[in-house]
Design a binder for this molecule. Structure first.
Ligand code: 9MR
Length: 615
């Protein structure tokens, strides 16, 4: 693994309207390389090579090994794989791919799958351009799981972050425990006119770069950690990544797997957001809690002086709580019967309340001091919650709701799943989790996952950067879209053991770790040129050098042509989708951190250090 070295990177629009990467560079493989201009003297213009993009972390010996070349050339070029000493160890010819719609560049691809010799410091060279260095090895991803999980401990609210677990730079006092200047989260009132009580909603994870806590997004994030663990109960785990003591959490060595302890921190918060019996909307969950005004960057959680407010209950939040609490109930059962009962009870009550108040939709304009997380269609959340309750309890009433859902016969994988599109979460669990449900349901669910994965492989093969996302798919948090699609492919591998799925899932991560048009690894500290200025109030090193940068293992949101923040709008205008990213703290629509994005990374990191290592 390589740590990030300081460098700045930005993206500008070239005269041709194609965004290019410029910036000071560590090794001049890229910055000069990607600057368009006349071809070097003596070299025919048709052979000009701008850059060679690889997974900057590396490749598994048995895995696919693909790279992408940006070049004006329209005939195949010779590539050379060099070892750390600069010796050429193998060569081949590139494959022409024409203009890549996502980036607007003319590209060619390299496949060197058959070269399997482990080592560090390899690089791929085409003409006079070389890629960033990378490794080949079985264990290259081994620390990715722990790094991506540590992110969650550092995002915890309501607990002091311990230097011995987090590292001195990341230690801080507890945030939002009612101590001045904080004005939450132990007795939080509602927004004016919404309710007349106060609720203790301490704990949970801060959502992202802000200090808000949102049940809707906490839902998918908690689900993905629990799902990674649940998958771990039926696959080989040679590295013991799901064990008690595997991670940096304070609940080390308590007899409970560490990943479950981390997930519990969020599940307990979700339960606190539920309206207790005897109050209006009892059983429903408040949509979110956050400051009543936006705070400035940087602001440490313990220094946040803003009043905190609970927002109206919503059907979506209530169903997120029902789904995740039902899932938690079955997973905590072997470790803590009382907590499992508490979760299941809360899940049942939430589900019933959501059916009673089936159309309480969070307002899209409720975005002062926190994000809206509005979602007008909750039919998918109903399906997901019914599926989790059915799997956990095997009760016919929940199964009947699964079967009668409009999503039951739907292809729920037509777009990537996300915090607002959750039907796939239910479907993946129906397909993978052993339960007492009718076997016909399992078969249907499994067939739908395999069909979706096959289709995603088609998408991936159609992309010159080899990712399971079409050129039209770059949304806010696009990196999580890529990874969530990879999870569907990975799940198909778990179900079928068809190696094409494993190869596709592994290859999808190449994009995230550097094989993209910006030559950018989006995971802090992973890869030579990795994101390290993400939008966050806590790790705002870019604005105050006394503060740490985002921790190693933080996933940036990623390319997003929506340009919904002023910095992106000013710096990225006209960008082709895959180039709409800037590693600057101001760009929250391309470069934030978020729990639902890191939870996707956690899931895939677990896959990479388990299934990906199977012979
Ligand atoms: O991830 C969310 C994305 O899908 C939405 O398009 C965007 C705008 O509503 O909000 C994103 O979520 C942000 C949330 O609203 C507030 N905390 C930070 C989240 C990540 O940017």
């Amino acid at each position: 693994m390589r740590r990030t070295r300081r460098r700045w990177t930005t993206v500008v629009a070239s005269a041709a309207g194609i965004a290019v990467l410029v910036g000071s560079s560590i090794q001049d493989a890229t910055s000069a390389a990607t600057r368009p201009g006349p071809a070097p003297e003596g070299r025919p213009a048709s052979a000009r090579v701008d850059s060679v993009m690889v997974n900057q972390v590396g490749y598994l010996p048995a895995g696919p090994k693909r790279a992408t070349v940006v070049t004006a050339a329209t005939t195949p070029l010779m590539w050379r794989l060099r070892d750390a000493a600069g010796r050429t160890v193998t060569t081949g010819l590139t494959t022409e791919r024409g203009i890549d719609r996502a980036s607007g560049h003319n590209v060619q691809t390299i496949a060197f799958d058959t070269f399997r010799r482990p080592g560090r410091g390899y690089s791929l060279a085409v003409a006079d351009k070389a890629s960033y260095p990378f490794s080949i090895g079985r264990t290259i991803y081994d620390r990715l799981f722990a790094d991506s999980m540590r992110f969650f401990y550092l995002q915890r609210s309501g607990i002091a972050i311990d230097a011995s677990l987090a590292g001195a730079a990341y230690a801080r006092p507890a945030g939002h425990l009612g101590l001045a200047p904080n004005r939450g989260d132990t007795e939080v009132p509602c927004q004016p006119g919404v309710c007349d009580y106060r609720q203790d909603v301490r704990g949970g994870w801060y959502d992202a770069g802000d200090h808000g806590k949102y049940v809707v997004n906490g839902g998918i994030s908690g689900y993905q950690l629990l799902s990674a663990f649940e998958r771990g109960t039926h696959v080989r785990d040679p590295g013991g990544i799901f064990g008690d003591g595997a991670l940096s959490v304070p609940e080390h060595h308590d007899g409970v797997p560490d990943i479950l302890n981390e997930a519990r921190w969020e599940v307990e918060f979700l339960l606190r957001m539920q309206v207790p019996a005897g109050r209006p909307y009892a059983g429903m969950a408040h949509h979110k809690v956050h400051d009543n005004q936006w705070t400035a960057l940087p602001t440490q959680p313990q220094d946040d002086p803003m009043p905190r407010e609970l927002h109206q209950v919503s059907t979506a939040a209530t169903l997120n709580l029902a789904a995740v609490a039902a899932q938690a109930a079955r997973l905590f059962r072997p470790y803590d019967d009382t907590f499992a009962n508490t979760c299941l009870h809360a899940a049942r009550i939430a589900y019933t309340a959501a059916k009673t108040h089936a159309n309480m939709i969070a307002a899209g304009d409720d975005n002062i001091g926190g994000g809206a997380y509005d979602d007008a269609d909750v039919s998918d959340e109903f399906y997901w919650a019914a599926a989790e309750l059915a799997i956990t309890t095997a009760e016919p009433a929940y199964l009947a709701d699964v079967v009668s859902s409009s999503h039951h016969d739907d292809d729920v994988f037509t777009r990537e799943f996300s915090w607002g599109r959750t039907a796939a979460l239910g479907r993946l669990d129906l397909a993978t989790v052993p339960s007492l449900l009718p076997i016909s349901e399992r078969h249907l669910a499994r067939a739908s996952v395999a069909a979706a994965a096959t289709r995603l492989l088609g998408t991936l093969n159609g992309q010159a950067y080899g990712l399971p996302l079409p050129a039209t798919g770059y949304v806010w948090g696009s990196n999580s879209a890529v990874i969530n699609n990879a999870i569907v492919i990975a799940t198909a591998y778990d179900l079928t053991k068809d190696r094409r799925y494993r190869a596709g899932a592994v290859q999808a991560m190449d994009y995230v770790l550097g094989r993209n048009a910006l030559n950018q690894s989006y995971v802090t500290g992973w890869g030579e040129n990795s994101s390290h200025n993400q939008h966050t109030r806590i790790y705002a090193h870019e604005l105050n050098p006394a503060l740490p940068a985002p921790p190693v293992g933080s996933l940036a949101g990623g390319a997003n042509p929506g340009l919904q923040d002023p910095y992106a709008a000013a710096h990225l205008a006209g960008c082709a989708p895959q180039l709409c990213y800037v590693d600057d703290i101001q760009s929250y629509s391309t470069n934030e951190i978020a729990i639902n994005w890191n939870s996707a990374l956690v899931w895939m990191a677990a896959f990479l250090s388990t299934a990906a290592q199977e012979p």
